[in-house]
Design a protein around this ligand. Structure first.
Ligand code: PRT
Ligand code: ZN
Length: 297
């Protein structure tokens, strides 16, 4: 692939076609990730497709439910969907990469009035869902026989109108369940946005995909880490280095103040606050935390 790519001298036939959601919960996160990977393209809100002007990628804007089929058929080479949709659609696509946004869970819920005593409560009951395949698999694995009532929207009202005894639907904060008098009783699947693809891409397109994956890795690592600078007494350097070892080891610079150093490193977002507390207890002061844009190991 030509690094000095420009749209004027390349045929779009070689472009890697990525399907993204036309509008909805996945759209912003999908476009932001691609932009953070350095791809320029027009917003595309009212378009069917758009091409990047600095990377051989064409975006197709589709309903999320249709994306796995379009990828399997080869209309798109790859797509960004919720893992829930990827699994439910059962197409011959591969999960290429988890993307760490649009996190939610597919859960079973019942009326709050129900005395739910475990999964066996579902035996012989009726479950309303937009995810019949996933629910069928789940019931089979748990040896439960229950009816599945497939509905495409507003699943949460089903128990209230007598359509079903339970539902299986996506949950993030849980407030929709709460306001419909339901309680979450079991998690069937944890989901996030994923990049899916068709196996056996032509070499040219595979190279574009590999290059994009390399960039996604750098962007996702950077999102999960922060650059940290702090001052500490020299005797605290060693214990602090054990807490924030960084990519290889921290950078340590002497301060003008005798017996003190400045220490620079990288810290994981997830255990950030715990580590700050530990370092403060060791005498760290003047702690600065800075976002990282890209991170390449
Ligand atoms: O039009 P199109 O078919 O493309 O979009 P859609 O309406 O089918 O999908 P959309 O945009 O609603 O969701 C796309 C994807 O986002 C889903 O397939 C999930 O992978 C992911 N996602 C993440 C969610 C949620 N969080 C979520 N909270 N999808 C749906 N919800 C629903 C939830 O079921 C509830 O009804 O949002 C409502 C609010 O949830 P609570 O728990 O915060 O109240
Ligand atoms: Zn949809």
């Amino acid at each position: 692939m030509n690094d000095n790519f420009s749209s004027s001298n390349s045929s779009t036939a070689d472009f890697l076609r990525i399907a993204v959601q036309k509008s909805g919960r996945l759209q912003e996160g999908s476009l932001q990730l691609l932009r953070d990977c350095g791809l320029n393209f027009s917003n595309g809100k009212d378009q069917l497709k758009t091409q990047s002007n600095n990377f051989p990628v064409e975006l197709l804007f589709l309903r999320d439910d249709d994306i796995p089929q379009y990828v399997e058929d080869g209309v798109a080479d790859a797509g960004i969907v919720g893992e829930n949709v990827f699994i439910e659609k059962q197409k011959k696509n591969a999960l290429i990469r988890r993307l760490n946004f649009a996190k939610c869970r597919l859960s079973l819920a019942v009326s709050r009035a129900v005395e739910y005593n475990g999964i066996s409560w579902l035996e012989g009951k009726n479950i309303a869902t937009s995810y019949p395949n996933i629910v069928r698999d789940f019931l089979q694995k748990n040896n439960i026989k229950a009816g599945i009532h497939e509905i495409s929207g507003s699943v949460e009202i089903a128990p209230g109108i007598g359509l079903a005894d339970a539902i299986c639907d996506l949950v993030s904060t849980g407030s929709t369940l709460l306001s419909n008098g339901l309680k979450e009783v079991a998690i069937v699947l944890k989901s996030e946005a994923v990049l899916i693809g068709r196996p056996g891409l032509p070499t040219e397109k595979q190279q574009v995909l590999d290059k994009l994956l390399f960039r996604m890795e750098a962007v996702q690592k950077a999102r999960n880490n922060k650059y940290i600078l702090l001052n500490c007494p020299n005797e605290a350097i060693e214990p602090i280095t054990r807490i924030i070892p960084g990519m290889k080891s921290p950078t340590i610079l002497p301060l003008a103040k005798e017996g003190w150093s400045s220490l620079h490193s990288v810290v994981d977002e997830n255990d950030f606050w715990d580590k700050i507390d530990q370092m403060k207890a060791l005498g760290a002061q003047g702690i600065l935390v800075i976002p990282i844009e890209k991170m390449i190991l």
